[in-house]
Design a protein around this ligand. Sequence first.
Ligand SMILES: NC(=O)c1ccc[n+]([C@@H]2O[C@H](COP(=O)([O-])OP(=O)(O)OC[C@H]3O[C@@H](n4cnc5c(N)ncnc54)[C@H](O)[C@@H]3O)[C@@H](O)[C@H]2O)c1
Length: 269
Amino acid sequence: MPAPRTVLLTGAAGGLGTLMRGLLPDYGYELRLLDLRPVEGEPDAIVADLADREAVREAVRGVDAVIHLAGISLESSFEKILAANIEGTYHLYEAAREEGVGRIVFASSNHAVGYTPYPRGDEPLIPVGTPRRPDTFYGLSKCFGEDLAQLYWDKHGLETVSVRIGSCFPEPTSVRMLSVWMSPADGARLFHAALTAEGVGHTVVHGSSDNTRLWWDLTSARALGYEPQDDSEPFAAKLVAEQGELDPADPAQACLGGHFVTDPPIWPY
Ligand SMILES: NC(=O)c1ccc[n+]([C@@H]2O[C@H](COP(=O)([O-])OP(=O)(O)OC[C@H]3O[C@@H](n4cnc5c(N)ncnc54)[C@H](O)[C@@H]3O)[C@@H](O)[C@H]2O)c1
């Protein structure tokens, strides 16, 4: 596959979309932006709902690749998750297939495997093949997205890198985040690797910096050419002083998904 140049960034008005709008052009990408909301300072951004199949098809027409960030990024009602994350992602894949787009980078999440206990002591890092254990309907929608990506690779030859993002924010803000944090600069490095690596088929990777307190294995991400440069540890002393170390006996602090595993469900289902 020739290196992609024109990339559709869905969810461009969101937190991660805003960070990537600032960083990805330095890698030479020309970004086409899409979001449900207007994108500040970007009058040419496409304002469209993933529910609008015609608009989504038009948005992907002519791009080399898609970074798919749009969707609900926290737990919500099943109906809302169904529309935005499940049907919306299906619409995007169908549009990409119809328009012959070769690759999608899909923003999956640690919450697809949120009930997985993080390693204690010397236990090995969580492998990328760990069984799915979604902690919410949100996490379940990410499992769907990963399976959809596998189907579109096997059936249609559309490649995807599914990035199970930990937490991509300018700084970690909790002790849990020290283990799953991905600096924005490392996020851009990983998305660039996911867009340019050869022959990815459907590859699932963990999305983190090279954190001292890492919980999961970055081997499949490194195999794409990703070389993380950052580590959350410089933020550790302050966060631990404020919040204390994680208590594995507390169910809200025992698993990869943190408090998502114990938060009450959002009704109506
Ligand atoms: N930020 C993180 O640390 C993190 C961690 C794990 C996974 N992710 C995933 O990465 C993606 C981006 O995360 P974020 O933190 O920027 O979330 P965000 O909520 O800030 O941004 C999501 C964007 O998607 C847009 N959107 C929602 N529904 C839409 C629809 N139906 N049609 C078009 N646009 C729609 C929203 O308007 C919003 O601007 C999400 O898919 C999220 O699940 C992010």
